[in-house]
Ligand binder design. Structure first.
Ligand code: SAM
Ligand code: SF4
Ligand code: SF4
Length: 382
């Protein structure tokens, strides 16, 4: 088994809090509906982590050895309330955010999450359109909750599923959770109209690469878009090793040899997944057969058009999945800052953003900011 790196300190509490007041000193920024960072990347997508807890222990995310019963999860009072989240989301929307993804930890463990969705569904983008609201889940509670989520205004879901073989799946979630119940969750989401559904499969060489073809065959022609994610070096607890990354190019080669594929245009700028469609006998995209996606975060960095901000469970704003520090918006909100104050702070923070970790990965040492001293995926959200 791979040697694990066990963190000796809690990086959430070590989080640096850049002095927001200093950022404010120069000029006050208001919302214009467009906010670019130092590389011209717009703020478009907001990922909100609603809990740092999870009922799975996927070894690549929350390994059991670290996330045990003594792990210091955030106390309830530290979590942003639904009202605080909705207020912050509204201010982000003023800067041009169009899409909100709820994540975690396992977002369906957050009590009354439907109420938050109802509140977010009331927001309108700067063009007056409803927000695109989606949620990433491990699917364990989806069969029970799909209808209520849809009724609350959720439009789509992404379900994480790392294999169809029950033994492989139980081992990967490491809590002996049966694959059948996740498949039931996907079926319930489909029936409730939470589509198009995406399924995310993290591929780990030596662990589940033999599930790739079975997964592709299973979801082909169902309307579900299966996406293969390269195993990433997020956090500091999963003992990541480059030799356990299976490059997306190999995934494509494997599927193409069995079911011919053709590359499709990206559906939008900043799209994380490269799209591949199943080809018909004439070499055209067979729309009924559908498409797959590959997210090559390790082998083909897509930082150049990364338009995603992340709001942690306790209200810290992170500018990159691999950041080691966040900006404490909860402190502002609970300190009585006005909407204009918070809007200006967000404006200053994003306009100073230069993060592009994946593009720099090979040049960073563990001790440089953005090296391996990072917050966990379960805290910041995927
Ligand atoms: N619990 C939910 C779930 O699993 O869908 C939401 C949170 S989870 C952190 C979000 C996504 O991050 C999941 O699709 C998961 O597979 C992915 N993820 C977690 N750790 C990862 C890693 N080391 N490399 C690649 N993807 C990872
Ligand atoms: Fe939980 Fe999702 Fe992380 Fe797995 S990937 S441990 S389901 S938060
Ligand atoms: Fe975006 Fe950071 Fe990922 Fe690059 S490494 S794509 S900047 S989250």
């Amino acid at each position: 088994m791979a040697e694990r790196i066990i963190p000796l300190t809690d990086h959430r509490s070590r989080t640096l809090q850049p002095p927001l007041a200093a950022l404010e000193a120069a000029t006050r920024m208001s919302a214009t509906g467009f906010l670019g960072d130092t590389l011209g990347r717009p703020l478009h997508d907001l990922r909100i982590s609603v809990t740092d807890r999870c009922n799975f222990r996927c070894s690549y995310c929350m390994p059991k050895e670290v996330f045990d019963k003594d792990y210091p999860y955030l106390p309830h009072g530290s979590l942003l309330t639904f009202e605080e989240i909705t207020r912050l989301a509204r201010l982000f929307v003023g800067h041009g955010v169009r899409k909100v993804r709820l994540t975690g930890g396992e977002p369906l463990l957050r009590k009354n999450i439907e109420i938050l969705i109802e509140q977010l569904a009331q927001l309108r983008t700067v063009d007056g359109a409803p927000l695109d609201i989606t949620l990433t889940t491990n699917g364990s509670l989806l069969a029970r909750k799909a209808e209520a989520l849809r009724a609350a205004g959720l439009q789509r879901v992404t379900v994480s599923l790392d294999g169809l073989d029950d033994t492989v799946f139980r081992k990967m979630n490491d809590v002996d959770f049966p694959v059948e119940q996740v498949l039931e969750g996907i079926a319930a989401a489909k029936a409730a109209g939470l589509g198009p559904i995406k399924v995310n499969m993290v591929v780990k060489r030596g662990t589940n690469e033999h599930e790739i073809l079975a997964m592709a065959r299973h979801f082909k022609g169902t309307g579900v878009v299966l996406r293969f994610i390269e195993y990433m070096d997020v956090g500091a607890t999963n003992g990541w090793r480059m030799d356990e990354v299976l490059p997306s190019s190999e995934v494509i080669k494997l599927i193409h040899a069995d079911m011919p594929l053709m590359q499709l245009e990206p559906s939008s700028a900043g799209e994380t997944a490269a799209r591949w469609g199943y080809a018909d006998a004439q070499g055209r995209h067979d729309r009924d057969a559908g498409e797959i996606g590959v997210i090559s975060s390790v082998t083909q960095a897509f930082c150049h058009d990364c338009n995603r901000a992340r709001l942690s469970t306790e209200g810290k704003l992170y500018l990159c999945l691999f950041a080691s520090s966040g900006y404490d918006l909860r402190e502002l909100v609970r300190g009585g800052a006005s909407d204009a104050d918070v809007t200006s702070a967000i404006g200053h923070i994003w306009s100073g953003r230069a993060d592009r970790y994946s593009e720099l990965r090979s040049t960073l040492s563990p001790d440089t900011p953005g090296g391996t001293r990072r917050v966990e995926m379960s805290y910041i959200g995927g």
